[in-house]
Write a protein that binds this ligand. Structure first.
Ligand SMILES: [Ca+2]
Length: 426
């Protein structure tokens, strides 16, 4: 009992201190005085604001806010009224309407458009199960200036100027930018031309847009990075509090079976390994959609013909981009064009496209031949090594905690069917 009393006292003290912090404008004394005389509703409102703003532990002062019998009765009557209202609403909604109420998944696309980026953005915009809350641009396939221009053109094509598009990092954290004219064409879109955009760019810096949107929709946002991870690393370095507020990260990048830039490294991770290391070690749920699955997910000439037959601007643009991609892969042993980034969006639409394996993944930031490699620990174990005289000795094995769901299998044909049909407007 004594402990409980002490605890209550401590909570009251904490509450008073935090209330003081909250009212730094000097109105502390009058606010505390007023608190005693406030009604139930007002106390509840202030309590909710304080807990929301992180100034008050939700467990503190809850009893203060609801301690009177009159308040309890009001609460009871309010609950009864709400239950009656809910029952009435349920009776007036038909089962079919109820089933169609599934909320679309909110995502932020962080992108360096980019041919496959353009297809990924169009797939997201044409997916009723996806709600794009923002698009941020990172330097990668193209400069951030050209990436912004391309993204705005694609948003304009889809008539979605309502979605904020913000330019972010112009170069990687610690190395030179390496653009990819060879794989994306001079304009970044495989030579496919689009009219000038009628959408305007957001005035925010990309990482700030990410921070703002995550706070606006706590626990709802899926981050979909499909370029180098510079913007995402900057966002969580500036505001680490977004990490637990992000629902999950589904990124295109990496590989556990060899690279595409060189023998070991995939382009997005190789373009900013330090940023990737920050993102992979942040402690949030990550799904890695890497080359292990994207190089098996190929769009073919037959798919391009289907898109061309639609005769609509979006499908025609997608067809032109896809035809360029197929061309770049000709003679490489691939039977089509890999649509890398689009598969990350596909994994948000329907996770069952992928088969994943939980692994500890570290980013190689040194390495003469392996900088930028995503090193997947398939057994999630490392040797325990101890010094023994003039040598080291392995004395056992330690488990390591997986940090990534690595995509190791894909239902490629089912995904390509979804991609082509949604890009066709179906
Ligand atoms: Ca990309």
């Amino acid at each position: 009992m004594l402990a409980q009393k002490e605890n209550r006292e401590r909570n009251r003290t904490v509450f008073r201190l935090k209330l003081f912090d909250y009212r730094r404008d000097g109105s502390f004394a009058s606010r505390q005085h007023a608190w005693k005389n406030l009604g139930f509703k007002e106390r509840g409102r202030i309590w909710r604001n304080l807990t929301r703003d992180g100034f008050l532990d939700p467990e503190c002062s809850r009893s203060d806010a609801i301690n009177s019998k009159g308040a309890q009765m009001k609460r009871f009557l309010k609950t009864v009224a709400l239950l009656a209202l809910a029952a009435l609403s349920a009776a007036t909604i038909s089962p079919a309407q109820g089933q169609s109420q599934t909320a679309a998944k909110k995502i932020i696309i962080d992108t360096d458009p980019g041919t496959d980026d353009a297809l990924a953005i169009l797939l997201a915009l044409n997916s009723p199960d996806i709600d794009v809350a923002g698009v941020t641009i990172v330097a990668g396939n193209v400069t951030s200036e050209l990436g912004l221009e391309n993204a705005l053109k694609v948003m304009s094509l889809a008539n979605r100027c309502d979605i904020p598009v913000a330019k972010g990092a112009a170069h990687p954290l610690f190395q030179k930018l390496n653009t990819e004219v060879f794989w994306n064409g001079k304009n970044g879109l495989g030579g496919a031309e689009l009219p000038p955009s009628h959408c305007a760019a957001s005035s925010q810096f990309g990482p700030d847009l990410i921070i703002g949107v995550v706070h606006r929709y706590p626990h709802e946002i899926t981050l979909v990075p499909i370029g180098p991870l510079t913007n995402v690393a900057l966002a969580i370095s500036k505001d680490p509090s977004i990490v637990p507020l992000v629902k999950e990260v589904v990124l295109m990048g990496g590989s556990i079976t060899g690279g595409n830039v060189n023998a070991a490294s995939e382009f997005n991770i190789h373009s900013d390994p330090e940023a990737a290391s920050i993102v992979f070690n942040a402690g949030w749920p990550i799904t890695m959609v890497g080359l292990d699955v994207t190089e098996r997910t190929l769009i073919t000439n037959a798919d391009v013909v289907r898109l061309e037959k639609v005769g609509e601007p979006e499908a025609s643009f997608a067809a032109a981009v896809a035809r360029f991609q197929i061309g770049t892969y000709q003679g490489t042993g691939f039977g089509g064009g890999a649509v890398h980034d689009a598969l990350a969006v596909g994994a948000v639409v329907d996770r069952s496209f992928l088969k994943t394996q939980d692994m500890r993944v570290d980013i190689e930031t040194d390495g003469r031949f392996t900088r930028g490699e995503t090193v997947g620990n398939r057994g999630n174990a490392i040797d325990r090594v101890v010094p023994r005289g003039d040598r080291l000795e392995t004395v056992g094995v330690d488990a390591v905690q997986p940090n990534v769901q690595v995509a190791v299998g894909v239902d490629a044909s089912r995904f390509i069917e979804l991609l082509v049909s949604r890009l066709s407007g179906k």
